[in-house]
Design a binder for this molecule. Structure first.
Ligand code: 13P
Length: 244
């Protein structure tokens, strides 16, 4: 089935001080202005530099996103950042349920669900990450795990323009390993059966300039969520250019 424009999203994780972030954003923004990107572009910097990155991207087509948000709008939640604060800082998207938060911070599907609801309340598009661990993959449980994460973390009232799913197998993140193209297609097709028609499904996990073209050529793949390679403007741009 023919689909719309792909989305190439950079998850900068906990990388970047003000100067580095501004330089990276300017380099990406300049490429996006000079070439006509065939895809939609998004960068998700650390919260401390969302503002500076937003200013560096001003006037470009590159959108801005956060990497997490709290369920509540405001109040006594030391260290947390609300979806409304991200929106106020210029974000249009927020990554939620990343495996580094599920596994590193013990976030449950119920907590992720509350965060997705918060993103929608603030008018942000939620990028909901799902994916199995290596042990779950070896046990042949990837479809069950991903289906459970979708049903557990997507609130009522879902619509395609409020949600992006990122399929990120935990064992593929930062390892240089990727599933086979057939395995990506299989899991994306299962995800597609569980979400509203037209919802984008990104693949994430060791996407780089060398493997982007074959992954992004899959009809089931609506874009990529890129970690390490999004920290170099040339590599991020090469991945964007690999969109068919
Ligand atoms: P890498 O691209 O570094 O494997 O990270 C993927 C990721 O976690 C994006 O959210």
């Amino acid at each position: 089935m023919a689909r719309g424009r792909k989305l190439i999203a950079g998850n900068w994780k906990m990388n970047g001080l003000r100067a580095d972030g501004a330089a990276l954003a300017e380099a990406i923004g300049a490429r996006a202005k000079a070439g006509s990107a065939r895809c939609d572009l998004l960068v998700c910097p650390p919260a401390t530099i969302v503002d500076v990155v937003g200013k560096a991207l001003a006037g470009s087509v590159v959108a801005l996103g956060g990497q997490d948000c709290a369920p509540a709008e405001k109040g006594a939640f030391t260290g947390d950042i609300s979806a409304e604060m991200l929106k106020d800082a210029g974000c249009a998207y927020v990554i939620l349920g990343h495996s580094e938060r599920r596994h590193g911070h013990g976030e449950s599907d119920a907590q992720v669900r509350a965060k997705v609801a918060a993103a929608w309340r603030a008018g942000l598009v939620a990028i909901l990450c799902v994916g199995e661990t290596r042990a779950e993959r070896e046990a042949g449980r990837e479809v069950a795990v991903v289906s459970g994460q979708l049903s557990g973390a997507i609130p009522g009232g879902v619509a395609a323009n409020k949600l992006v799913i990122a399929y990120e197998p935990v064992w593929a993140i930062g390892t240089g390993l990727t599933p086979t193209l057939a395995d990506i297609t299989t899991v994306h097709a299962v995800i597609r059966d569980n979400i509203p028609a037209g919802t984008r499904i990104l693949y994430g996990g060791s996407v780089n300039p060398a493997n982007a073209r074959e992954i992004l050529s899959l009809a089931e793949v609506d874009g990529a969520l890129v970690g390490g390679a999004s920290l170099k403007a040339d590599d991020f741009w090469a991945i964007a250019e690999a969109c068919p």
